[in-house]
Design a protein around this ligand. Structure first.
Ligand code: DAH
Length: 339
């Protein structure tokens, strides 16, 4: 019996020492001290021991139990300490590490250019208005005196939603909506997104932005248009900038013109930037066609007006000397940060 107890004790000690986790240690406790454990089995066998030896064996069993318990407790504390140290080491916070910089976005060149254009026109007393990107054929074409067989109405150029509804191809429909809804006189600009069925390349995109401008009052003449756009060009590209009006055709204006500005790179001498001509085209404009005024309920005998349309990307590309429009749509912040 004595030897058996000695063996149990040694085996328990060996297993306790080999336990590397608290759960293993608990298994060992159950195996030796549990209800069905080895030591308990010995106690149950006491009835076979001769009465005189019982106290001795009993004492031995108790000693063994105490020794095992002590070793278990000791090892448990050791493992708990190790686990705590491990956790502390893992969760340590190095307060001396430099903080990660949070990335802050940057204003887009389009936004910067738009704010500049808005600043100029708001300074001249214009209101900034908006219209819907999904538009009726009526506002986008018909009310602007664009005939039903006009090439711009081709599905090759325009995204149609159905016969009557489309993605606006220009911001000019906002002219009509403004004429219908606002009292006269009107001075407004209308920036916004427009859509055309174009392939993407360095100068084209199926979606880009325009800024429409319109003034309607009594006695508005072409001279007002020229003066306004000349001032706009100077504010935008520098005080030395000159403008040139070339006759053109738009269905909604009569007369119509395209406007060039002197190249701000070479000052008009001719360079690679202006392809040698000294001039750069920036917008379309004209005196609002009497038919357009009349369709929106304005009497062309009493009122007249001018309008213009500028490509926002075109301005951003020119102003910041960006040579590929696609860069404006990629939103790579290494690019955006430069402006
Ligand atoms: N809507 C024209 C376009 O997309 C630009 C334009 C030209 C607008 C002349 C106007 C204008 O208001 O008078 O090409």
């Amino acid at each position: 019996m004595k030897e058996k107890l000695q063996k149990i004790r040694e085996e328990a000690m060996r297993q306790i020492e080999a336990s590397e986790e608290l759960s293993k240690l608990n298994d060992v406790r159950v195996a030796f001290l549990g209800k069905k454990g080895e030591l308990t089995a010995v106690l149950k066998g006491m009835k076979d021991v001769i009465p005189e030896e019982r106290p001795i064996v009993g004492q031995l069993v108790n000693e063994t139990r105490a020794a095992i318990e002590e070793m278990l407790e000791h090892t448990k504390q050791k493992l708990e300490r190790a686990e705590m140290n491990f956790r502390l080491k893992q969760e340590v916070i190095d307060v001396t590490l430099p903080a990660k910089r949070s990335r802050v976005g940057h204003r887009h060149p389009n936004t910067i250019a738009l704010e500049e254009v808005e600043r100029i026109f708001v300074g001249m007393g214009y209101e900034v208005v908006e219209g819907p990107e999904i538009e009726y054929d009526y506002y986008n074409f018909e009310a602007l005196n664009i005939p039903p067989d006009h090439p711009a109405k081709d599905e090759q150029d325009t995204f149609y939603i159905n016969d009557k509804i489309l993605l606006r191809t220009q911001t000019s429909p906002v002219q009509v909506r403004t004429m219908e809804s606002r009292p006269l006189p009107i001075r407004m600009i209308a920036p916004g997104r427009v859509f055309r069925s174009d392939e993407v390349d360095a100068t084209h995109s199926p979606s880009f932005h325009q800024i429409e401008g319109m003034v309607i009052d009594k006695n508005i003449t072409f001279a007002d248009l020229k003066g306004t756009l000349a001032e706009f060009a100077k504010e935008l590209f520098g005080q030395d900038t000159k403008v040139k009006f070339r006759p053109h055709h738009f269905p909604f204006t009569e007369p119509s013109a395209e406007v060039d500005v002197t190249c701000f790179k070479c000052g008009g001498k001719g360079c690679r930037f202006c392809k040698g001509s000294g001039w750069i085209e920036i917008l379309g404009c004209g005196m609002i066609h009497p038919k357009v005024l009349r369709m929106s309920g304005i009497d062309p005998e009493e009122y007249s007006g001018f309008a213009f349309g500028v490509g926002l990307e075109r301005i951003a590309l020119l102003k910041y000397e960006i040579d590929d429009m696609r860069l404006l749509y990629e939103n790579d912040d290494r690019f955006l940060r430069q402006f």
